[in-house]
Ligand binder design. Structure first.
Ligand SMILES: Cc1cc2nc3c(=O)[nH]c(=O)nc-3n(C[C@H](O)[C@H](O)[C@H](O)COP(=O)(O)OP(=O)(O)OC[C@H]3O[C@@H](n4cnc5c(N)ncnc54)[C@H](O)[C@@H]3O)c2cc1C
Ligand code: FES
Ligand code: FES
Length: 485
């Protein structure tokens, strides 16, 4: 006989409200699906200035501004794509949408600059550009106009010249500017947060732990929970395939995963440190990061995206892996049982398969010293900026006092089911000078190293040719640098 369950007898978890500040007002979002995108929530509330262009982080039409800790005791405004933020992620945050900028009927100076310069036609992209310009307007160290400020916002009809002119024409904020004053207030702190909602589509639990202990506690309760760091892969999957998860654990507030440090042993990068911060803090110590990161997506994405997410999703065309493989990086994997460490080269087991077992998360990436004496990253894609790689490669060389190569590491993406090292080519150089005979031996080994995939981004033949061509480019760039010295 079937058993009947009466909901009224079930012990229900109390619904916790999700609170945040929106355009200066406190919002208490009750009974909401915390995995809904912020974009969808804003538009349902009637804030339709924030547009949906692509719903996958490509166009910036959905951009909103968050006030965040600047890491130096103050705060800063950052522009992010609201189509790639789960509503649960904004708990405790301070948020501005385009509707919140004009004051007492007067346009904000960045809106006025756009209007003055005729920087808008159909207007669909305009709110996104305005939000990007807004963060730029208040950037503490702004000196010259910075084109990067609007990289990641696309306009299909006006053309970028007038928009860039608007950027160029920005003056300094007035002393009594309310948004400037706000930056002097203590930044919102991302604490631990949890919500469990019953929606017509099923149960939705969203947890944002503040430390690793709490992560493993939540993982024990929800073993099938979807982990999300920056969400720039997860939300694309959610939006494109209407994928939903009964439980989500956000890693973005986990203190141990946000730590990054450089010391005598090497560089440790917590798995949830946003790429933008990695570039700002460590590109001078490891210049190859300064070559990789500007070519990785757009600033809007790099503000949220992490190496943890990039490696854990194990995409064969991810850009982080080739570079970190060539730097001989290790990964630290954590679970409630403790930690283990393994070379990144052993982390990728097959197409989108990693060495992570259930209950384990990626804690950090470690790049050991000594750092390479020579290194370069190259990315072949249809567009130079903000595009997915067809082939990516990073080459690192360590040399002895006599100039001979003591260690060579070549990391490739887009040429096999996983990101891979080219071990035979590395071995062909080790112990030798970078002379024509050994360069040729390495190039020959590279020609036979991979069986590239064939897809709309590039044929297997084209990719195979790129494997060797990028190495030749590396050798050429080193020779040019020698000549210039
Ligand atoms: C417009 C756009 C452009 C892009 N351009 C590029 C590009 O140029 N190059 C490139 O390589 N990628 C690109 N990406 C992909 C994406 O931004 C990167 O892969 C990014 O590094 C993912 O990081 P995330 O923190 O956002 O990952 P998330 O989306 O949060 O997570 C990705 C996956 O990793 C898992 N995960 C996250 N953190 C951990 C952890 N600590 N432990 C275990 N599992 C974890 C999640 O469960 C999920 O399966 C782009 C994406 C978009 C939307
Ligand atoms: S809608 Fe295009 S980036 Fe969000
Ligand atoms: S004004 Fe039409 S897309 Fe930019």
């Amino acid at each position: 006989m079937p058993q009947h369950h009466h909901d009224s007898t079930k012990k229900k978890q109390p619904m916790k409200p999700l609170e945040f500040s929106l355009n200066g007002e406190r919002v208490v979002a009750e009974g909401v699906d915390p995995t809904e995108t912020l974009l969808s929530f804003l538009r349902r509330r009637g804030l339709t200035g924030t547009k949906e262009g692509c719903a996958e982080g490509e166009c910036g039409a959905c951009a909103v501004v968050l006030r965040e800790d600047d890491g130096e005791g103050g705060s800063r405004y950052v522009t992010v794509n609201s189509c790639l933020l789960m509503l649960g992620s904004v708990a405790g945050r301070e948020l501005l949408s385009v509707e919140g900028l004009a004051r007492e009927g007067e346009l904000h100076p960045v809106q006025a600059a756009m209007a003055r310069g005729g920087a808008s036609q159909c207007g669909y992209c305009t709110p996104g550009f305005v939000m990007s310009l807004f963060s730029e307007y208040y950037r503490a160290d702004r000196a010259a106009p910075e084109p990067r400020a609007i990289e990641g916002n696309l306009c299909r009809c006006t053309g970028y010249r007038p928009i860039y002119d608007a950027l160029e024409s920005l003056g300094a904020p007035a002393e009594d500017d309310v948004f400037l004053a706000r930056l002097k207030q203590e930044p919102p702190k991302l604490g631990s947060f949890g919500i469990h909602t019953h929606t017509p589509e099923g149960e939705r639990a969203f947890h944002r732990p503040a430390d690793l202990h709490e992560v493993f506690h939540e993982l024990a309760k929800h073993p099938d929970a979807k982990l999300v760091a920056g969400g720039t892969d997860v939300l694309v999957e959610a939006n494109q395939s209407h994928r939903r998860w009964p439980a989500v654990i956000s890693l973005e507030a986990v203190s141990e995963l946000r730590e990054a440090s450089l010391d005598d042993t090497g560089l440790t990068l917590g798995a949830a440190v946003p790429l933008e911060q990695i570039e700002a803090r460590f590109a001078s110590a490891l210049p190859v990061l300064g070559e990789l990161l500007p070519l990785f997506a757009s600033p809007l994405i790099r503000r949220r995206a992490t190496f943890g997410g990039n490696l854990a999703n194990a995409s064969p065309i991810g850009d982080g892996a080739p570079t970190l493989l060539a730097l001989d990086a290790e990964v630290v994997i954590a679970s409630s049982e403790g930690e283990r460490r393994l070379p990144l080269a052993d982390f990728f087991l097959g197409y989108r398969q990693t060495a992570l077992s259930p209950g384990e998360i990626l804690r950090s990436v470690f790049v050991p010293r000594p750092f390479p004496d020579a290194s370069h990253f190259y990315k072949v894609s249809k567009r130079v900026m903000d595009d997915i790689s067809t082939v990516a490669a990073c080459f690192c060389l360590w040399r002895g006092e006599d100039g001979a190569i003591t260690r060579a590491r070549f990391g490739y993406g887009g040429v096999a089911a996983t990101p891979m090292r080219a071990r035979d080519a590395e071995a062909a150089l080790e112990g030798h000078a970078l002379d024509p005979a050994h360069v040729e031996a390495a190039a020959e080994a590279l020609g036979a190293a991979f069986t590239p995939i064939d897809d709309h981004r590039g044929s297997a033949e084209y990719r195979g040719a790129m494997v060797v061509a990028l190495f030749e480019r590396f050798v050429h760039d080193l020779e040019q640098a020698e000549v210039a010295r």
